[in-house]
Design a protein around this ligand. Structure first.
Ligand SMILES: Nc1ncnc2c1ncn2[C@@H]1O[C@H](COP(=O)(O)OP(=O)(O)OP(=O)(O)O)[C@@H](O)[C@H]1O
Length: 619
């Protein structure tokens, strides 16, 4: 498509530049002896009423046909984009007024607007260009407004506003660069439409006026004798279609290039989705995942945020997943829930949920199994709910869709769940919209909604991080209640080591996309054997502890998620590393029942005094 598009655009560009120079004289030379001729060898498209060669006129008209179309598009785009983008940087009332103005302008059909203004500005090429620019500006304003609205709410815009950036800087530096790509595509496509519209205006006598001419005027003049000589009308029609298709293809090509740039193909990895037959399915195991890997394409190459995660969750078990930011906790969880974007490459050797291998299910069976068996609770309860829908509808949606539960029964179930999470005024709540609730209430509703299907597994991705400390404990207690009463397994992702140690049964410690230690939560403080776990625990500040020396910090930074270096991911930050740590990757191996570690040199168990003492003893 790229080659064809470039060939078409190239031919138009050559004709536009050379057409008037090469064929201009011939196009304007009258021949009284050859008036209104049909196609002959000398005049392949025939002649007009002054005996001028129509092929020469068609080729010479490339420039006067294309230039006004491109000019009108650029003018309309500049006006529309400015209008639309302003809605993102001006304040509330001004933005609403601008929005209303855009809606008002859009209410009139573009061609009617163009005809009105063409008549107002006076017939002629200049008037037609301005008329068309006015007509296409609202379309650009609308798409820009929509795109800019997505940028307006971002954190970086908020930060830029806090920094006191002026509006034009916000516009030029933050808004326009983020939405430039779709606008360019739109402009290319709009140029084709502008050509058709301008030709239409010339056809109607509102555009180019004789003795000037463009394809639209030639089409109009050829129409008089279309039944006797079709070519004089058909040929300019074909020229208009040809140029319009070239502009449309340019838009398609730019769109394709944008998508490819955003999603380069991830490298093929030799990991197959082959289930391991040597591990029998266990009904006690809700989830069994082995060697889970995620590869994500980005503009700078592929990242490998999850690099061989193996985890098992038993029924009713509350398992904490901890690790520093960027270690791949969320992506591993989303991969388990099949919620990663389509371009993510997810592989595993075993993925068994509720005893069924993922490969043995059809797409539809798997979708249904995940929808009914698994629920997710996200960090930000504000974005977990659709702000425009009442909570009742959102809470009952899944049971009604997947279980066919009648509405009244679903509402009763929702009320019972709300009661259980400590929100007794259920009926009023079900009629509320998410923004009417506090963060803690919303997270309770999220837990109630997650429990509606009585799922076998709840993945809670930092459900307490956005809440204050007292509410955090309440939410944690709720999750424990849910798992106790429903025997639901819970994977609890958190940065709060103390909370995890206190509330969970087992802790998985993640570093650099792999699980480096799996141990009972009660042993986290004193029994951790991996140096990273030990340092992670030692870096947690304790209100009761002596502040001198200050809490430990782990020197260095996390491994590059794009890197492919061998060895232990923690080796360059590890004070206990051996030579082999840089070259051999340790695998998660049992030290004793219920305790696994991926380390070539696990530390000795710490004395009862805790991790900090061990660090000091070792130093
Ligand atoms: N859509 C994405 N495209 C490319 N890289 C991504 C994408 N999402 C996440 N990453 C990268 O993958 C790595 C792991 O991200 P993930 O969100 O799983 O970390 P995390 O351990 O959950 O961190 P946090 O505790 O801060 O939420 C990070 O380096 C992140 O930058």
């Amino acid at each position: 498509m790229g080659v064809i598009t470039l060939a078409m655009l190239g031919s138009l560009a050559v004709l536009a530049v050379a057409g008037a120079v090469v064929w201009g004289q011939q196009a304007d030379r009258p021949d009284p002896s050859a008036v209104l001729r049909g196609p002959t060898a000398g005049h392949p498209l025939g002649t007009d009423r002054l005996g001028r060669d129509l092929l020469a006129r068609l080729l010479a008209a490339t420039w006067p046909s294309l230039l006004p179309a491109v000019a009108a598009t650029l003018l309309g785009a500049a006006a529309g984009i400015t209008l639309g983008a302003l809605t993102a940087v001006v304040g509330g009332r001004a933005a609403r007024l601008l929005g209303a103005l855009i809606n008002l302008l859009l209410a009139f059909p573009a061609l009617l607007v163009a005809m009105f203004f063409a008549a107002l500005f006076g017939a002629g090429a200049g008037g037609a260009v301005f008329a068309l620019a006015v007509a296409c500006a609202p379309g650009f304003a609308r798409i820009t407004q929509t795109l800019a609205a997505q940028v307006a709410g971002t954190d970086f815009m908020a930060a830029a506003r806090v920094l006191g950036l002026r509006r034009h800087r916000l516009l030029l530096r933050h808004v326009l660069p983020h939405i430039a790509e779709p606008l360019m595509l739109n402009t290319a496509v709009a140029a084709g439409s502008a050509l058709v519209a301008l030709s239409g205006l010339s056809f109607l006598g509102l555009g180019v006026q004789p003795p000037s001419y463009d394809w639209g005027l030639m089409l109009s003049q050829g129409l008089d004798r279309i039944y006797t000589e079709p070519l004089p009308a058909v040929a300019p029609g074909i020229a208009i279609v040809y140029a319009t298709v070239a502009f449309q293809l340019l838009g398609e090509m730019l769109a394709g290039a944008a998508v490819r740039q955003a999603r380069p193909r991830p490298e093929e990895e030799p990991v197959a989705h082959a289930a391991r037959a040597d591990r029998p399915a266990s009904t006690d195991h809700v989830l069994e995942v082995e060697d889970l890997r995620v590869v994500l394409p980005t503009a700078d190459g592929v990242v490998r945020p999850v690099r061989g995660v193996t985890l098992t969750l038993r029924r009713g078990e509350l398992v904490g997943l901890v690790g520093e930011s960027g270690s791949g906790k969320s992506l591993a969880a989303l991969a388990v829930a099949d919620l990663l974007p389509d371009d993510a490459r997810v592989t595993w050797t075993t993925h068994r949920f509720l005893g069924a291998d993922a490969e043995s299910l059809t797409r539809e069976q798997r979708r249904r199994q995940l929808a009914t068996g698994m629920a997710l609770i996200f960090q930000n309860p504000a974005s977990a709910f659709n702000p425009s829908l009442r909570l009742g509808r959102q809470m009952t949606e899944a049971v009604r869709a997947h279980r066919g539960t009648p509405r009244a029964e679903a509402v009763e179930q929702a009320l019972a769940q709300l009661q259980r999470v400590g929100l007794p005024a259920g009926r009023r709540l079900l009629r509320s919209r998410p923004f009417q609730l506090s963060g803690g209430q919303r997270q309770r509703v999220a837990i109630a909604a997650a429990s509606m299907m009585r799922p076998d597994l709840i993945i809670a991705d930092e459900p307490t991080t956005a809440l204050d400390v007292t509410v955090q404990r309440q939410i944690m207690d709720l999750l424990r209640r849910v798992r106790r009463e429903d025997a639901t397994a819970i994977l609890f992702i958190s940065h709060d080591i103390a909370l995890v140690a206190d509330a969970c049964d087992r802790v998985l410690v993640m570093y650099g996309g792999t699980i480096v230690e799996n141990l009972p939560a009660r042993e986290l403080a004193a029994g951790a054997r991996h140096p990273y776990t030990r340092m992670l625990v030692a870096s947690v500040p304790d209100l009761a502890a002596d502040r001198d020396p200050p809490p430990l910090t782990i020197e260095g930074g996390p491994p590059d998620p794009c890197g492919t270096a061998p060895g232990c991911p923690f080796h360059d930050r590890c004070p206990h590393r051996l030579d082999r740590c840089a070259v051999d990757s340790p695998v998660l191996s049992p030290l004793r029942p219920e305790h696994e570690v991926a380390c070539w040199r696990p530390l000795p168990a710490a004395p009862l005094g805790g991790a900090r003492e061990t660090e000091e003893v070792e130093k």
